[in-house]
Write a protein that binds this ligand. Structure first.
Ligand SMILES: *Cc1c(COP(=O)(O)O)cnc(C)c1O
Length: 426
C-alpha cells in the first residue's frame, strides 16, 4: 500500500484484528518509534517503555551502536547458512564464550529454540556421557515455568492456556514446586534417570516470582552431587536485567561488580536470548563447556539462520553496550531505588500489596482477584499517563524499563506509577 496519509491507531488495530491471528491481547497503543527509554505512538504521544519487549530491549530502543553494527553488516553479508564459514561467526563465538566464561556456544535465533537446543544437548549428554538407558532420561522443571511455545516446551508447562488442546505432549519431564530445595532434593533422590534441572533464576512470566537468595546456589550444589546438569534459562533475567550480568551470577566477566557473589551458581548449560541483541534482531544462544557441548556432532542439530553474520555483529555490539555503559550496575542501583520508593507508597496503599524483584525486573501485586480487570485497568491508566506496562498473571504488573534509564527518569516514572495507583485506591 502506498502511504498517502498516516493511519490512525484505531485503523491499525483494526487491521491486526482482521488479518492477524488472535494469539495476543495487546494493550491498545500503536507504537511507531522508539529511542532509549521512550516510545512514541502513531499520534505522536510519548511514553516510558516499562516492559522493554519482555526484557529484550535492555540497551534501550534503537541504540545507535547496535543499529549501526546491524546496518553495516546488513549491507555487507546477511546469510551464508552454516553450509559455509563466514567471517563474523568465529569472532562472535570467541567474544561470547569469553564474555560469559564458557568453552563453547551453539547459536540459535529465538528463545524457545535455544531452550529446545539445551534440552536436546542435555538428553544426548545423559545417554552418551552419564549412561542413562535409551529414552529413559528425565528433565526436572518447575511449577509456573515459562520457557517458550514449542510443543515440547508447552508439554511441561502447567499453564492451561499454553497447553490445552495442543497434545499429545512430549514425555520425559517431572515438575516440582519452584523455590523448594526440599522438592529438588527429593526428586533427585527418588529417580535414577535424571539428566537435568531446567530453571529460571526469577520466574518472569509467572509474575517476577523471586526465589530465596540461595536457591540457585543450593540447586546447583544438589545437581552437582547427583551428576545432573544445572540448566539456567536466563533469556529474561540475563544480560544485566537483574543488576548483575546473569541472575545466577555465574562464572562471568561481571564478577568484580557483583554484590551477590555468595550466591554464585555457574550453570552447566546457560540459555540466552532477548537482550542478547538489544531487541534489534532475534539472537539466542546456548553456552556450555566442552565435556557437554561436544556431544553434538555435525548434522545432529542446527538452524539456517543461527549464527548468521548480522546476528553475530548485532550481539557483539549489544554486549559491548552492556559493559561499556555499565548497565548491570545501573540496573542494581535504580532497582533498589524503585523498590524503596514503591514500598514507601505501598505502606499506605489498599490497591498495591507488594513489590518484588531484583535490579530492574520488578512487579507489583494488585489487591484483587486473579480474574479481576483491575491490573489491566491500571495499565490502561498508566498508558494514559505516559507509561507502558502490562499485567502478567491476572493481578500482577511487571515493571521492566530499559536499563539505560537515569535516576531522574526513574523518579519521574515512580511519580506516574504512584499517582496512577492513587486513582484506584478504595
Ligand atoms: C521469552 C522467554 C522465552 C522464549 O523466548 P522466545 O524468543 O519468545 O521464543 C523462554 N524463556 C524465558 C524465561 C523467556 O522469558
Amino acid at each position: 500500500m502506498s502511504v498517502i496519509e498516516k493511519m490512525s491507531s484505531a485503523a491499525l488495530i483494526e487491521l491486526e484484528d482482521k488479518y492477524g491471528a488472535h494469539n495476543y491481547h495487546p494493550l491498545p497503543v500503536v507504537l511507531s518509534r522508539g529511542e532509549g527509554v521512550y516510545v512514541w505512538d502513531v499520534e505522536g504521544k510519548k511514553y516510558y517503555d516499562f516492559l522493554s519487549a519482555y526484557s529484550a530491549v535492555n540497551q534501550g530502543h534503537c541504540h545507535p551502536r547496535i543499529v549501526g553494527a546491524m546496518v553495516e553488516q546488513a549491507q555487507t553479508l546477511t546469510l551464508t547458512s552454516r553450509a559455509f564459514y563466514n567471517d563474523k561467526l568465529g569472532l562472535y563465538e570467541e567474544y561470547l564464550t569469553q564474555y560469559f566464561g564458557f568453552d563453547k556456544v551453539l547459536p540459535m535465533n529465538t528463545g524457545a529454540e535455544a531452550v529446545e537446543t539445551a534440552l536436546k544437548i542435555c538428553r544426548k549428554w545423559a545417554y552418551e556421557v552419564k549412561g542413562i538407558a535409551q529414552s529413559q532420561a528425565l528433565i526436572v522443571v518447575c511449577e509456573g515455568n515459562f520457557h517458550g511455545r514449542t510443543t515440547t516446551i508447552i508439554s511441561f508447562s502447567n499453564d492451561e492456556n499454553a497447553r490445552k488442546n495442543f497434545g499429545p505432549y512430549t514425555d520425559g519431564f517431572i515438575r516440582i514446586p519452584y523455590d523448594s530445595i526440599e522438592a529438588l532434593e527429593e526428586v533427585l533422590q527418588n529417580h535414577q534417570n535424571i539428566a537435568g534441572f531446567l530453571v529460571e533464576p526469577i520466574q518472569g512470566e509467572a509474575g517476577v516470582y523471586t526465589p530465596a537468595d540461595d536457591y540457585m546456589m543450593r540447586a546447583k550444589e544438589l545437581c552437582n552431587q547427583h551428576n545432573v546438569l544445572f540448566i539456567a534459562d536466563e533469556i529474561q533475567t540475563g544480560i544485566a536485567r537483574t543488576g548483575s550480568l546473569l541472575a545466577v551470577c555465574g562464572n562471568c566477566s561481571c564478577e568484580k561488580q557483583c554484590e551477590r557473589q555468595a550466591t554464585y551458581a555457574t550453570p552447566d548449560i546457560l540459555i540466552l536470548g532477548k537482550a542478547l541483541s538489544g531487541g534489534a534482531y532475534p539472537v539466542s544462544a546456548v553456552l556450555a563447556n566442552n565435556h557437554i557441548m561436544n556431544v553434538i556432532k555435525p548434522g545432529q542439530h542446527g538452524s539456517t539462520f543461527g549464527g548468521n553474520p548480522v546476528a553475530a555483529a548485532v550481539a557483539m555490539a549489544a554486549l559491548d553496550v552492556v559493559s561499556d555503559e555499565q548497565l548491570a550496575q545501573n540496573a542494581r542501583a535504580l532497582g533498589k531505588l524503585f523498590r524503596t520508593k514503591l514500598n514507601e507508597y505501598i505502606q499506605t496503599s489498599n490497591i498495591a500489596t507488594l513489590v518484588r524483584g531484583r535490579g530492574l525486573l520488578n512487579a507489583i501485586v494488585i489487591n484483587d482477584t486473579e480474574d479481576s480487570e483491575t491490573a489491566w485497568n491500571i495499565c490502561m491508566a498508566l498508558r494514559d499517563n505516559g507509561l507502558l506496562a502490562k499485567p502478567t498473571h491476572g493481578n500482577i504488573i511487571r515493571f521492566a524499563p530499559p536499563l539505560v534509564m537515569n535516576e531522574e527518569q526513574l523518579l519521574d516514572c515512580v511519580r506516574i506509577i504512584t499517582e496512577t495507583l492513587k486513582q484506584f485506591e478504595r
